[in-house]
Design a protein. Sequence first.
Length: 400
Amino acid sequence: MFTEFETARIDHVAARPGFGAAATETLTRDAFDRAEAEIRGWQGYEKTPMYALDTLGDALGIGAIHYKHEGPRFGLGSFKALGGAYAVLCTLQRELSKTLGHDVSPADIRDGRYAEQAASITVISATDGNHGRSVAWGASRFGARCRIYIHAEVSAFRAEAMRELGAEVIRVDGDYDYSVAQTRVDAEKHGWFIVSDTSWPGYSQPPLDVLAGYGVMAREIVRDLPEPPSHVFLQGGVGGLAAAVAAVFVQAWGTAAPRVVIVEPERAACLIASARAHAPTSVKIEEETIMAGLSCGEPSEIAWAVLAEVSHDFITIPDTVVAPAVRALADGVWSTDAIEAGESAVAGLCGLVCAATQKDLRDALKLDESARIVLIGSEGVTDPDVFKAIMAGQDAGAKG
Ligand SMILES: Cc1ncc(COP(=O)(O)O)c(C=O)c1O
């Protein structure tokens, strides 16, 4: 039943979390509060569902598995809807306050009070798809111009979804990290504003806003669970999703917060490399992983600051386990509800199933009948062509 998972090659680094200040001072309760007050007031806001993967839990001998399904988020298909759009709003607020010489509120921007001035501002970002979609949506909602940079392997469907939201989509050579570098060059040259989900030395405010937006999802989980889970398996690209969720959990539950297990594709494993080096460390992506949203070779500086303090384990998974997990969820094999998930959504789930079915890891991570796991299903079907190919068993050619 679990052949691909039992036999998958898994890299593991055990870390020693320190519970320092980053989970409360880099990502503050106040910033999460402000983002939550704003985003929960947006038209179309609805809490996303959390499913119980009971059949899987029984088969693995795990007490409970909660799967937070981000597919329906604002009709954009992923949790990223919460971050990029909110960071566009914050960027406009800061910039308009500066140029107008007085405080501009989010409501001023939402209500179009400075529409003419907002329309003269261009926000730009690099993306594997989901973050750019959120930035494009935010820009169209709040009246700014938008340019999105995608790399050679981002699918045509994902590019079109951003164009439909009014963004100009620019395809650049190279990989995700190269597309990020290109936004820095162009922003400098043209006076555009980068709204990135990753940070680097000297650039951190918009990524902090992005992470504050992700907190909405994490707080929904906190409110939905009667008690703290024992483990959370969080997939990592640049590390933003994991940092935001882990910080909210630490703020909510303190020392009772769950064991944090970071899961990455072996083809883009910059966080495990950072854990080994005890410092943010980049890796070169030799081949794109099927988990498009996780294909990042450079960790986010601010995300790393949090992850270095709160993470207990870092593991990598091979691409071979992704399609079996997508199919098992969609066919309702692991739960009463059938769940349609994208390739990046199932990474945490794959990490759990691999760890629970490989004895050394199962013991090391203390996965047993008493374990209560939280997983983030970070996207729904954000590329129907990829989903169709996976469901048809064409895993190898599944990248769009
Ligand atoms: C669906 C999905 N899951 C997870 C991630 C990883 O998020 P982060 O890059 O913040 O680690 C991404 C990033 O694009 C994504 O699109």
